[in-house]
Design a protein around this ligand. Structure first.
Ligand SMILES: [Zn+2]
Length: 380
């Protein structure tokens, strides 16, 4: 039987000063063993690219811990409790800066400077991912009861600098910053007024999502699990002039319960706990729209929805990360209604265990389906 050498075997041989030429021809070397031999030949004695600082080839190791290097300075000796990262800005309610001097101090404080850098970074990511064009797109981050950081007007998001960010109140009055704030800030502020969880809002024109918005079609639901968890159903808001009171009213009504929305004949808007969270939702929405578009070209346009009982599990995940879903409690076709995407199609129900125990409901569904099929056939 051929002898098998692992990376550990090779390390031991090197440590004990055993010549590697003693490995018999025809022996089996695992990938890690090959790596160790390669590194040894390059002069890195048996420890990959990080050779030990104290090494005596003849000194046998007495335990595995003796091989480990010292901890770098500042690293705790015991693993810390893992935490979920959060960039959400938390302020003290009722303590907004109010005098012009205090507002300036607040606006140039280290915490706010960090947020401005984060906003500029997100703006660059939007531009690099083709989510904005020209001087389009804007980002807001709420930093007080009545204070919101806001990107300026007439600036490419690919070029935006942190010191160009402005500060406005919830009515859109500029409070600080040398660049004039975007005129579309009012729509962001309208969402923040009705939804306290919306600490950041982002607007852009990503092509696939915007294509759905231009076609006036809400993307079909229950298809992409990632988007279902983070954006929920993507809803469409009717067209109104950008920056007008009408668009503010229409958007705030729909966006209150839906963090990812389409603006008809315009673009998209997402909100989240911070600028990165809002940006991720925009990525999730755009990827979902692109995927759905590609999938619609396959298999005659037929797509398989996530079963309704599995969608309930997605709602539980959403709840665990602090996001309610207005669709909770909906069932079957009501939940995964894709008729808007493919007019005339009939929702196919995936039977859940509860339905299987109540054949009466299935009979009713069968009758509805038969009637719908007949109506659709006559119409076409
Ligand atoms: Zn726009």
């Amino acid at each position: 039987m051929k002898k098998v050498y692992t990376g550990k075997d090779i390390q031991d041989m090197i440590q004990q000063g055993t010549c590697l030429d003693t490995i018999a021809a025809g022996s089996v070397l695992t990938p890690s063993a090959k790596d160790e031999i390669r590194e040894h030949k390059k002069g890195n004695t048996g420890y990959g690219v990080n050779p030990p600082t104290v090494a005596s080839p003849a000194a046998p190791a007495t335990s595995e811990t003796q091989r480990l290097p010292d901890l770098p300075a500042g690293v705790p000796t015991v693993p810390p409790t893992p935490i979920v990262p959060s960039l959400e800005y938390k302020w003290t309610p009722g303590a907004d800066a109010s005098t012009p001097e205090d507002i300036q101090r607040f606006f140039y404080s280290p915490e706010i400077q960090t947020l401005k850098e984060q906003m500029a970074h997100i703006a660059h990511k939007m531009w690099n991912r083709n989510m904005v064009d020209g001087n389009g797109g804007n980002i807001t981050v709420r930093v007080g009861d009545n204070l919101v950081l806001c990107t300026p007007t007439m600036r490419s998001k690919g070029e935006l600098k942190p010191d160009e960010i402005a500060l406005v109140d919830l009515d859109g009055n500029q409070k600080a910053g040398w660049r004039k704030r975007t005129s579309e800030a009012n729509t962001h502020l309208a969402i923040m007024k009705v939804q306290p969880k919306a600490k950041s809002v982002i607007h852009g024109h990503p092509p696939y999502s915007t294509a759905f918005a231009v076609a006036g079609i809400e993307p079909p639901t229950c298809l992409c699990s990632e988007a279902e968890v983070f954006t929920g159903a993507i809803r469409l808001v009717d067209y109104h002039t950008p920056g007008s009171k009408e668009i503010c009213d229409a958007v705030s009504k729909v966006a209150k319960d839906n963090p990812a929305i389409l603006l008809a004949n315009h673009g998209v808007m997402t909100w989240g706990t911070d600028a990165e969270d809002s940006y991720w939702k925009m990525e999730n929405m755009e990827t979902a729209c692109q995927t759905i578009w590609v999938a619609s070209q396959l298999n005659g346009g037929k797509m398989k929805t996530i079963p309704s009982d599995k969608m309930q599990e997605i709602f539980k995940i959403r709840q665990s990360i602090g996001m309610d879903d207005p669709r909770e409690g909906m069932k079957e076709c009501e939940l995964c209604d894709n008729d808007d995407f493919r007019p005339g199609t009939v929702c196919e129900i995936t039977p859940s265990p509860i339905q299987q125990e109540t054949p009466l409901n299935l009979d009713a569904e069968a009758i509805v389906k038969a009637l719908t099929d007949e109506i659709v056939a006559k119409m076409s």
